[in-house]
Write a protein that binds this ligand. Structure first.
Ligand code: SF4
Ligand code: SF4
Length: 590
């Protein structure tokens, strides 16, 4: 059995646990051997993996949950490609860029995706798991080439060593860009333009109106598009995109996916990390699934063809490796509109309009049924959030009153991260009443002792969702709940929301840009159309097929259902299916 011990240094606090409690409870230590000792370089625990018998007592006794003892899958024979110090996060294997192909990476946050990319990009020199006296021993390129002998990755690193690989990299956190880059968007793009493609990308990614804006003044979606454009116009033969669709609306996601898909040629490789499965499906030729335990270890599985890889991911089982990484598979119900029952009305709103500065919002009258989940789709800046706020009672329409005589719970799009309140206080009610159906599946228990202002974007999102779902109400309004969540958390959230509607009988309205997430969740759809920042018109709720048809027709894309998993997939432009569906006016199959 291959075993690793991981100590989370930020959590290990020997002063507060009773002076190395773990040393005293370890049965190997008690027999006089030094299994758990004090690290040489810092006042923290260190575990000798050779002596550890894997009893797990220290993991239970440590009051700060600072220790993870992991029995690795039998099939994992090789050493890690990198270990962040002794008892640190271990990464096994790497994804392989291939000339002429777009290769995707899919997996949870904290599982080493960005580390893997940094190694490939030459930003991080791996240590092949070797450390001495608590310090990393960087591997030479010859060692790395030898490590991957007989694989595509060997050939890749031979090229890296020969300096034949030039990388252009779009980082994950675009919101950090203004902290390191200063200046006007147009000037910055001009500086990056090594291929003379600046005019083309400005046009494709609709950047003309922000060329004179300072980079610090543009929105998240605009920053993302500028970062992608800057990556594309650099001269490179490996283009790496870390989460290219976050902050983008559905139209922009499709545009970016289409562009990235077309980038690979015989001299160019493309690598993409993405949590939006429809976008990832559309962009890539093959995908590496990454599994493991966030914060402790991550394994890069061999690449599979895209369709097979996403279906395998939903199954939660890697057949060739004989590894189950999720206990349940995710199944998409094929919804038939013919089978829909009429339902009982919960509430309705009148035809309404609202002027916000120069922007004008109009919404047709609409109804929500009991236990119904309604998705809301549309471009950014077209009034979705303003509409949801009006329903939540944050502001009033100009022409009428919304009279909803029911309790409403609302999760806004932008979350307040300033508070120093503890998570356990914010969620005190939720902990009492919804520990099993909300708190546990959203993995909030490890966050309870943190302050709100210490949470990451994804953690804050999960806390805000839990707070909204746990309130006593008849209608929940969720504005962009999938933002900052990884693919696994999105799938889990869909399940929680569906169960809540079914078991507690509440209705839920969800604004989001992730089509697969909405397809999995929603029974009906509202569609917003218009011109961003000028006007927006809301129609629906429609049955899913009708709503999706409306949206997909506008973006000129058709979707079919995967025959194995039931998930929706985008048809290749001008493929037989694409032409057939367009001719029939059936852009989407429900
Ligand atoms: Fe104390 Fe836990 Fe650190 Fe061991 S791992 S020293 S029990 S805080
Ligand atoms: Fe000691 Fe290993 Fe048991 Fe922890 S799991 S108490 S380190 S033998």
């Amino acid at each position: 059995m291959v075993r690793i011990a991981v100590i989370k240094r930020d959590k290990c606090n020997p002063h507060e646990c009773g002076d190395f409690l773990c040393k005293r409870v370890c049965p190997v230590n008690r027999q006089g051997q030094d299994c758990i000792v004090t690290a040489l370089t810092e006042h923290k625990a260190k575990i000798n993996e050779e002596l550890c018998i894997g009893c797990g007592i220290c993991t239970i006794k440590c009051p700060f949950k600072a220790i993870d003892i992991i029995n690795l899958p039998e099939s994992l024979k090789e050493d890690p490609i990198n270990r962040f110090g002794e008892n640190g996060f271990a990464l096994y294997s790497l994804p392989t860029p291939v000339m002429g192909k777009v290769v995707g990476i899919i997996g949870r946050n904290g599982i080493g995706k960005s580390t893997a990319i940094k190694i490939l990009a030459g930003v991080l020199k791996p240590n092949l798991g070797k450390t001495k006296d608590g310090k990393n021993i960087e591997a030479s390129y010859d060692n790395i080439i030898n490590f991957f002998k007989g694989t595509e990755t060997q050939r890749f690193f031979e090229k890296v060593k020969a300096k034949e690989i030039v990388i252009s990299y779009k980082p994950q956190n675009v919101d950090l860009i203004p902290k390191t880059t200063k200046g006007k968007v147009g000037q910055l793009l001009k500086k990056a333009d090594q291929l003379g493609k600046i005019e083309e990308v400005i046009d494709i990614f609709e950047l003309k109106h922000i060329l004179d804006s300072d980079i610090k003044d543009i929105s998240g979606g605009e920053l993302q598009r500028v970062a992608i454009a800057a990556t594309i116009i650099k001269k490179a033969n490996l283009y790496v995109f870390d989460e290219p669709t976050s902050y983008l609306d559905i139209k922009q996601r499709l545009k970016v996916s289409k562009f990235i898909r077309g980038m690979a040629d015989e001299n160019t490789a493309v690598l993409v990390i993405e949590h939006d499965l429809i976008a990832l499906d559309y962009m890539t030729d093959t995908i590496h699934i990454m599994y493991g335990k966030p914060g402790s270890y991550g394994v890069v599985a061999l690449p599979r063809a895209t369709k097979n890889s996403i279906n395998t991911y939903l199954e939660g089982f890697l057949k060739d490796e004989n590894i189950r990484f999720r206990d349940k598979k995710i199944v998409f119900d094929i919804k038939s509109p013919m089978e829909k029952k009429k339902g009982i009305e919960l509430t309705k709103w009148p035809k309404l309009n609202k002027k916000l500065g120069k922007f004008k919002l109009e919404a047709n009258e609409g109804t929500i049924m009991k236990k119904e989940i309604v998705g809301i789709l549309g471009e950014n800046g077209i009034g979705k959030t303003s509409f949801v706020k009006l329903l939540a009672g944050v502001g009033k329409p100009d022409n009428c009153k919304i009279e909803m005589d029911i309790k409403i719970s609302y999760k806004p799009q932008y979350l307040n991260s300033e508070s120093d309140e503890l998570v356990m206080n914010v969620l005190a009610d939720a902990l009492k009443r919804h520990k099993n159906d909300v708190i546990k599946p959203l993995e909030i228990l490890p966050l309870l002792e943190k302050q709100i202002n210490q949470l990451s974007g994804g953690e804050l999102q999960r806390v805000a969702i839990a707070e909204a779902l746990a309130r006593d109400c008849k209608l929940v309004l969720l504005d962009e709940p999938s933002a900052y969540l990884d693919v696994e958390q999105r799938l889990i959230l869909s399940k929680i929301v569906s169960n809540l509607a079914y078991v507690r009988g509440i209705s839920i309205l969800v604004v989001d840009h992730d089509l697969l997430f909405l397809d999995y969740l929603s029974e009906k759809l509202m569609v917003f159309e218009g011109e961003p920042a000028i006007n927006g018109v809301a129609t629906g709720p429609f049955l899913m097929e009708e709503g999706m048809n409306k949206l997909l027709k506008e973006v000129k894309i058709t979707m079919r259902r995967d025959e194995f998993s039931g998930r929706p997939r985008i048809n290749k432009k001008n493929s037989v299916k694409d032409r057939e569906q367009k001719n029939k006016g059936k852009y989407y199959y429900s």
